[in-house]
Design a protein. Structure first.
Length: 552
């Protein structure tokens, strides 16, 4: 096949140790072992996708079988063996994909084949890719041959899931952990390839490719291929165009969004987010990028531009440094926790876009939290948040989007300077139970209708003191009443209550009191002169009920 027609990931695949990038120590170690005739029985290469595991395996196979000898390995002009291994058609180098051949029978065929020596090379080599996919029985069948193979046999394993390989297999191999490629090294590599291909791609777009690839050379080359093809006969691929092609958006938009959240500008927050959403960004991708920005705000003083993996340019880096000084570390940690919880929320809502908008608006209202409230959690594991804005302030936000410093989320300095008196909210007042009437109100608020019915109809109150209730009851009281009442009181007040039964009759039940009161009111009206006058005119009149006339 013509090299020019190959995709970049195959066209520029390393063929020798000198072509490898980012794995200098591993390459030197392996090369020294081959030159000193101390090659191990089995190699095990592990690491993330696209960093050269299979490529390194082939280079090792070529180095072991090169006809020029270990002292002068092929560099540019390949010998017959090296050329055949590069094209994957050497008789003595067998490449097997463990993802498609996972069973013990496949390994037995492999072992049977290993009994015969090499035909044209020094070593017979088995390269097994994704070796972690082998079954347990297949690994066990391989153990004996792996530990004491014939002198002419070498194994080379590659995997992305080292933990799935039995430790008995790992201990019989010489393990090499291939690392992610550093950002600067990967950037220089794809820039050279871009120049060789005469591609029109800006440095900022290349940095974005490095960021998306996460240290994977293959991913970076695939993205570069897309970028070059999208600009054939057109102008240079800039950052904005690259973001649209690769489905990423400018991180400066997130910084603007975060700044508007701190300033409490609801309309601006929604405007910026909707622009991001219109670019085709999925809500979960947005949340993950938002978490990344939060990480930078929290740890910006410990981060260098190189360490950000080209996620930020110089301007964004300086802006984050400036904004980070205006917000406390505790608030950033709280934002992080709240954002993580929103990821779970996205799995249960039908319209994730609306959920993200509400999430951003809620961030504006998280404020005035003391340390105890940040660290405490409710029974269901969710943080208790207090909202510091009033309705009047919200209306002002929507009118002119202007907030004073008091309305912004207070940082540590502001909290030490401004210590307003804490007022009990309506909910906190309702939470207090100091009397039997308070208990009935609480039942109504919590919609505990059955419990309220028992209290009103079947319970006679003897005494009501702090955390202690003494009652008598009639025969209709539910047998689980005490258990239900105790558990509800503990839930509502976070205190244990003592409920005792008394031999004393106590007060009448609430309903009996109401009946007696109604009877008294009826008697009072019947004895009044007004009612007697009615009786003279209407002898058959009968008083059924009495209701007070409440003035509106």
């Amino acid at each position: 096949m013509n090299n020019n027609k190959k995709v970049l990931a195959l066209k520029y695949r390393p063929q020798t140790f000198s072509d490898l990038i980012g794995q200098d120590v591993i390459a030197e170690t392996i090369l020294n072992s081959i030159k000193n005739d101390k090659a191990p029985n089995a190699y095990l290469f592990t690491g993330i996708r696209g960093i050269g595991k299979t490529t390194t395996a082939r280079i090792v196979a070529k180095s072991l079988n090169c006809t020029k000898g270990a002292g002068s390995l092929c560099d540019k002009e390949f010998c017959e063996n090296c050329e055949a291994i590069s094209n994957s058609n050497h008789m003595d180098v067998l490449e097997m994909d463990a993802a498609s051949k996972t069973g013990v029978d496949d390994v037995r065929d492999l072992i049977e084949f290993s009994r015969y020596g090499p035909t044209s090379a020094k070593y017979k080599i088995f390269i097994i890719d994704e070796v972690h996919m082998l079954s347990k029985q297949a690994f066990n069948a391989l153990l004996k041959t792996l530990e004491e193979p014939p002198k002419y046999l070498k194994f080379i394993f590659a995997t992305t899931e080292i933990k799935k390989i039995p430790i008995t297999v790992v201990s019989r191999c010489q393990r090499f952990d291939l690392s992610r490629i550093r950002s600067s090294e990967l950037f220089n590599f794809i820039k050279k390839i871009k120049d060789k291909e005469n591609g029109k791609v800006s440095d900022e777009a290349l940095k974005l490719i490095v960021k998306i690839s996460e240290g994977s050379v293959r991913d970076a080359l695939s993205l570069l291929d897309r970028g070059i093809l999208s600009t054939l006969g057109k102008k240079e691929l800039d950052l904005n165009s690259a973001q649209k092609i690769f489905g990423y958006f400018d991180k400066s938009q997130l910084i603007d969004l975060f700044n508007f959240i701190l300033e409490g500008q609801e309309a601006k927050v929604l405007e910026v987010y909707r622009k991001i959403y219109d670019q085709g960004i999925e809500p979960k991708v947005f949340i993950n990028d938002f978490l990344e920005i939060l990480y930078y705000f929290k740890n910006i003083e410990f981060i260098t531009l190189e360490g950000t993996n080209f996620s930020l340019n110089d301007d964004d880096f300086q802006r984050i440094k400036s904004i980070a000084n205006r917000i406390s570390k505790k608030t950033l940690i709280l934002y992080w926790q709240f954002t993580i919880r929103t990821l779970d929320e996205l799995n249960i809502v039908s319209n994730q876009n609306l959920s993200i908008e509400m999430f951003l608006l809620r961030l504006i209202y998280i404020g005035d939290l003391d340390e105890n409230k940040i660290n405490s959690e409710t029974n269901d594991g969710k943080i208790n948040f207090e909202y510091s804005k009033k309705e009047s302030q919200i209306k002002n936000d929507s009118a002119d989007n202007k907030l004073t410093t008091v309305n912004q989320i207070k940082n540590v300095i502001q909290e030490s300077e401004l210590k307003p008196e804490k007022k009990q909210t309506l909910f906190e007042k309702e939470k207090i139970i100091n009397s039997f009437e308070d208990l009935l109100k609480r039942c109504s608020i919590e919609k505990e209708i059955k419990l309220k019915y028992e209290l009103e109809h079947n319970v006679n109150l003897v005494s009501f003191e702090n955390l202690r209730i003494e009652i008598s009851f009639n025969d209709n009281l539910d047998k689980n009443f005490v258990k239900d009442l105790s558990s509800k009181l503990f839930k509502w007040t976070n205190n244990r209550w003592i409920i005792t039964f008394s031999k004393n009759n106590g007060q009448l039940s609430i309903k009996d009191q109401e009946k007696n009161k109604k009877k008294e009111d009826l008697n009072k009206i019947e004895n009044s002169q007004v009612f007697k006058d009615f009786q003279k005119k209407f002898p058959d009149i009968k008083l059924v009920d009495v209701k007070k006339n409440e003035e509106s």
